[in-house]
Design a protein around this ligand. Structure first.
Ligand code: CAO
Length: 423
């Protein structure tokens, strides 16, 4: 058996699109035997979505299903159901993210699953939690960002495009999958103590809201105080707080240290020629030194957060003026010497070719039977004891015969299942 930490854990990966696959991919990287179950003939819809190569699995699929084995199974046919039952008896975890009620309609209720394997951990992603007044809704990423509150807090508070805004980071999908992975491992550790499995569920709404914890904090403060002193609207545009709802804060820092996105050399033509700059309270002296403004150090209009806040945007304008002839990388190279928390705004293109990310295994190239190879994001979690090795996503049904044989089916059984299109 492999020495990877999750080796020996068998997972039925009954997931599709992004939220579920992101969860099981992570567990597969760490050594679990993840068997992706897909409908014969078509498979996960992402195999064919947004293709960059004809007749090859799309990156949407390959980048979310590395390190898995692939089994096709029509779980609406009796023979397919029987295979799934055998798999359930032999597995530790089943992960699914079908629409509400789909698993029950298939005949795999929690009661049935428990009767087959009392130790089974059934892990589900749904848009909303059980019993929620929206529990019947199907949900995709952006729907979750709206339902979980993120969209109401992202974007500008005034101007033409000041409506609620979606983040391109997968707060609804992959984030929910990461929460579910924690839930699965917790249930698995619990099972070591009790011998019993359990149902683990994460709703996309809850997972998004969990990331909006500081915005809920702001709502509670706003209810009490009537304004939010670190928001860029304070104190000039107090009407932004008048309706008692956390306003969108654009690029403001979310905590006690104000920050903003600042233009650097070339911003007129390069959409990412910017840095993020943070005014850390205790770093005010070094900031003054970096900018060549020693007179700000003892000026009460500058040397406390409260003194700075009324004209914080003017301070950012001064910093912008200082870096207008410097690229984002040059600006960061100056500020890093003064211990100022800052970074260049990195484009996907820059990150793709970033030497440090390639060296650390965050960006990896994976050999693939049909594509030749594909680039993907490796594990963001690094261990001292092992290095997650990224291997290819399975082609549709690639391991069907092997998995069926492991479950005890003979060659004739397997041929019959192929003939009836149960697999
Ligand atoms: N064999 C036979 N039937 C299968 C099957 C298989 N191997 N795999 C799936 N099916 C069936 C399901 O049983 C279901 O059938 P019924 O609706 O007839 O009972 C059917 O396929 C459709 O499943 P679905 O409702 O999950 O699919 P959808 O494309 O209509 O909806 C989505 C997609 C994502 C909106 C929905 O699955 C959902 O809300 N999931 C929960 C939330 C979630 O994870 N969303 C994030 C997805 S990532 O952006």
């Amino acid at each position: 058996m492999s020495d990877k930490p999750l080796a020996g854990i068998k997972i039925i990966d009954f997931t599709h699109v992004q939220a579920g696959p992101a969860c099981t991919q992570m567990l597969a990287w760490f050594g679990a035997d993840v068997i992706k179950v897909e409908r014969p003939g078509s498979g996960d819809v992402t195999r064919g979505q947004l293709r960059d190569m004809p007749d090859a699995d799309a990156l949407y699929f390959t980048m979310l299903n590395s390190n898995k084995r692939g089994l096709t199974l029509d779980t609406k046919q009796a023979a397919g159901k029987e295979v799934l039952e055998r798999l359930i008896k032999e597995s530790d975890v089943m992960v699914e993210n079908f629409g509400p009620g789909a698993l029950d309609r298939m005949g795999f209720t929690w009661e049935h699953i428990q009767s087959l394997n009392p130790g089974m951990i059934l892990a589900s992603v749904k848009g909303f939690s059980d019993g929620h007044h929206y529990e019947d809704l199907k949900v995709y990423e952006n729907v979750a960002q709206c339902a979980g509150g993120a969209a109401s807090t992202t974007g500008y508070w005034k101007g033409e495009n000041s409506g609620p805004t979606i983040s391109s980071a997968a707060l609804g999908d992959s984030n929910t999958g990461m929460h579910l992975a924690i839930g699965i491992l917790t249930a698995y550790i619990g099972k070591q103590k009790t011998g019993k499995g359990q149902k683990v569920a994460v709703s996309m709404q809850d997972a998004v809201l969990n990331l909006c914890r500081v915005k809920m904090r702001d709502q509670l403060r706003l209810d009490k105080v009537g304004y939010l002193e670190e928001y860029p609207q304070y104190p000039h545009e107090m009407e932004a707080f008048a309706d008692g709802v956390v306003p969108r804060g654009a690029n403001a820092g979310g905590g006690g240290q104000p920050g903003w996105i600042l233009k650097c050399k070339g911003w007129e033509t390069d959409p990412n020629a910017y840095i993020y700059f943070t005014v850390q309270g205790h770093a005010w002296g070094p900031i003054c030194d970096a900018l060549g403004k020693p007179e700000w150090k003892d000026d009460p209009a500058y040397n406390t957060p409260r003194g700075r806040q009324p004209h914080i945007m003017d301070i950012f304008a001064t910093i912008e003026d200082f870096i207008k002839d410097k690229t984002k990388f040059e600006a960061v190279d100056i500020f890093r010497k003064f211990d100022i928390p800052c970074a260049p705004v990195q484009s996907m293109k820059e990150l793709l070719h970033d030497k440090s990310l390639i060296a650390s295994g965050t960006i990896v190239e994976v050999p693939h039977k049909v594509r030749g190879s594909y680039t993907t994001l490796g594990s963001p979690i690094k261990y001292s004891g092992f290095k997650p090795e990224i291997t290819a996503s399975p082609i549709l049904g690639e391991h069907t015969d092997a998995v069926l044989a492991e479950l005890g089916y003979n060659a004739a059984d397997i041929a019959a299942m192929h003939a009836s299109k149960a697999v």
